[in-house]
Design a protein around this ligand. Sequence first.
Ligand SMILES: Nc1ncnc2c1ncn2[C@@H]1O[C@H](COP(=O)(O)O)[C@@H](OP(=O)(O)O)[C@H]1O
Ligand SMILES: [Mg+2]
Length: 400
Amino acid sequence: MASASVVPPLCRPLSNLKLQFFPSISRRATPPLLRTNFRTRRSSLSAAMSFERELAVAKKAASLAARLCQAIQKTLLQSDVQSKSDKSPVTVADYGSQALVSFVIGKELGPEPFSLVAEEDSGDLRKEESLETLKRITELVNDTISCDGTYNISPLSTEDVLAAIDNGKSAGGPHGQHWVLDPIDGTKGFLRGDQYAIALALLSEGQVVLGVLACPNLPMAPMGKPSQTSSLDQSGCLFSARLGAGTDVQLLHGSSSPMKVNVSSVEDPAEASFFESFEAAHSLHGLSGSIAKKLGVTAPPVRIDSQAKYGALSRGEGAIYLRFPHKGYREKIWDHAAGCIVVTEAGGIVSDAAGRPLDFSKGKYLDIDTGIIVTNKSLMPALLNAVQEAIKESESSSCL
Ligand SMILES: Nc1ncnc2c1ncn2[C@@H]1O[C@H](COP(=O)(O)O)[C@@H](OP(=O)(O)O)[C@H]1O
Ligand SMILES: [Mg+2]
């Protein structure tokens, strides 16, 4: 069994994270949808509430959860892997991470109850055959809290841990405040030893007002750029964004100061690189390929797991992210809320394939047209045209 009492930093080299570049494409006129839909939605709400305290809590919660995940990834055993009803892999780390984030929010912002929309629930864990797993999660959560030293409390019981996980049962929606959590985004990457993220956001009146991405395996130095300082030689990035306040990155663990980041400013797609899911089951690589071809791309895409893609884009590493799930899949808000604000506060645009901004106010699902595309303001018009042409072509060819 893995022990969380010693938590070494995990510095696995990222063999699958490379940069590629687009050849040039001609710029086209901005489609009307784009012009009307990307007006800034900063309401009086953000002026009245700064969410500074909440952002600090989110950073603390995600960092602590990352500690637990890092300890587990290092010593991952086959026995840690279970199967949910949808057969996706879920590990003790997913549950432990959700319990920890829920614990930290409650501790820091309580005693009032809070609303949390999160990926995991305790249903499977409450079964008799899961008792050993539950004990192990409880031990990991307690070890992580005790190593951190911030909270002087008696150890949590298994019931405390189940209750903390079940705090994540909220349905979200357009009113009030809702935390949105993916305790391990990119579970498959986590199991492979590749990229994953702890993704936490806050919705207020249906709008994402802050987001944090803890990316334990993402190097601080952008790929292809030699680091100037020793802190950039390390892995583990914490991205954080607050409505109207920009996006920062800092070392996930340690005392580095936050640095403001911006998305790539490239206007020529020949200088842009392009991200997509590592997993072909999560995004239509063929469709992305034909979009890339329309833009004149020759290099293969950069395929990595999780919202680490949004984090990398926010600091100008690569310029485009394309996500086209297979027909029938419904995207969940926790897979995009934190990533979305991290990119938009860094100057980027996140939209569906029709050019509409993502709407996080409809509960746990996103109601999107076909797919999600992310890039900077200069490249979006041409990208949107290419996306729409490629979709039309793939629809007509599938009718033949
Ligand atoms: N068939 C599918 N199509 C699109 N996304 C899927 C999918 N099955 C799972 N996912 C989502 O894709 C996320 C991982 O994204 P990525 O491919 O960018 O790493 C998963 O997050 P979890 O790992 O938290 O379950 C899951 O929510
Ligand atoms: Mg996810």
